[in-house]
Ligand binder design. Sequence first.
Ligand code: F6P
Length: 499
Amino acid sequence: MSFPKINPTTTKAWQKLDAHFEAIHDAHIQELFTSEKGRRKAMTIVWEDLILDYSKNRVTPETLQLLLQLAEECKLKDAIEAQFSGEKINENEDRAVLHTALRDFSNMKPEVKAALDKMRDFSEKIISGNWKGHTGKAITDVVNIGIGGSDLGPAMVTEALTFYKNHLNVHYVSNVDGDHVMETLKKLDPETTLFIIVSKTFTTQETLTNAKTIRKWFIENASEEAVSNHFVAVSTNLAAVESFGISEQNVFPMWDWVGGRFSLWGAVGLSTCCAVGYDHFEELLKGAQAMDSHFKDTAFDANMPVIMAMLSIWYNNFFQTETEAVLPYSQYLSKLDTYLQQAVMESNGKSIDRNGDPVDYQTGTIVWGSTGTNAQHAFMQLLHQGTKLIPTDFICYTASLYGNKDHQEKLLANCYAQADALAQGTYGKQVENNYKRFEGNSPSNMLKIEKLTPNSLGKLIALYEHKLFVQGVIWNIYSYDQPGVELGKKMAIDLLSKK
Ligand code: F6P
């Protein structure tokens, strides 16, 4: 089987969607609820501890049927099969795309299992205090030095799992901003700090500059011999790691079949693993594994990532929307949007199709957002009464972790009210004052999760990973390379060499 290379605009479904769009694009969500009995139930997917209610979208059953026909005609099923079976679907780099293998406990690759075992041993030693710093003291602080996928995933997950955290303080240094490095070092004691240098290539300018500065600071405050107690690395580039002065037993592996922005599930997640302990880390992987099975084995009409992806395509390619908001009603998920920006925009910000031709339709969506209710007091005015159509994902948890009912009820009431207000507006009401009129008809998905656990977080992240994969398949682009970031890197090096 080979990865499909179908221009979506040449399909029958696309032509039908064009005509269908003309017929229904003005229909108001409120009218759809009135005319379609049982709409909410029909447009809700309940799976394990997740509920996706997508009834507040500008779609009819016919729209959905056509979108799924588009998925069929673009051979999505074959594409999923190709990805999971390890075909080299990242053709430009001649690589397989197997981040799902990092969490496949039913058929785990021996090297993945060995890496997880090493992470378990190491994190247990750090947490228990059995791993000693150079003066015999236990580790109190862990610093992750990495950027992009070597930073955003672990930083987001560690923040999201704060409730499950142990006593270790975990810090993230990514930007090649010397002031930020110094502010971080100011808080640290070289006797009790562990540095994890994370770089798939071990050539990234920012990471290597930060790592060298930090190593110098460390040697000035400790000694060269002490480096081995305080520095470990996660990389595919063993030679470069060794020449940095980190011995092989302190290196955790990465593989070329896992893209940087999909790597939090393996050793790139070592800082998270130290922060929450291995068992919680494994639960995160198991949640993602469950979502992988859901994605792989569920019919498209009940498949959360497929439905979310196809709805997003409907807005992006027919309504011509530019952006999507993701609004988690949980402060724990404050870093989700930044993480998603890399995952989605580095993957699908492409304009050459899989046949090597320029596309003549829109691809990658722009993702942005912030946590509710903060967002309501910041940018929601524009979503309610501005001129732009912005499809929105609301994410909320039924239960709070500390069980504070009063706060949780208010948080949830606000979340539901925003989704209702966006959909309904003042539709059907007499509003004399134009300034108080709300069009409504702004689409949203409501993703309701029982509780924020490592397992449900794994499901949530994998849901978005699969959503962006589906979109890349339909848009006929390669989602797993990122050649667009290279030119700027080279130009920065050229500028520096002219100094
Ligand atoms: O420049 C983009 C990028 O290549 C990302 O894809 C990647 O996550 C990041 O840089 C960091 O790369 P590395 O892990 O090799 O340092």
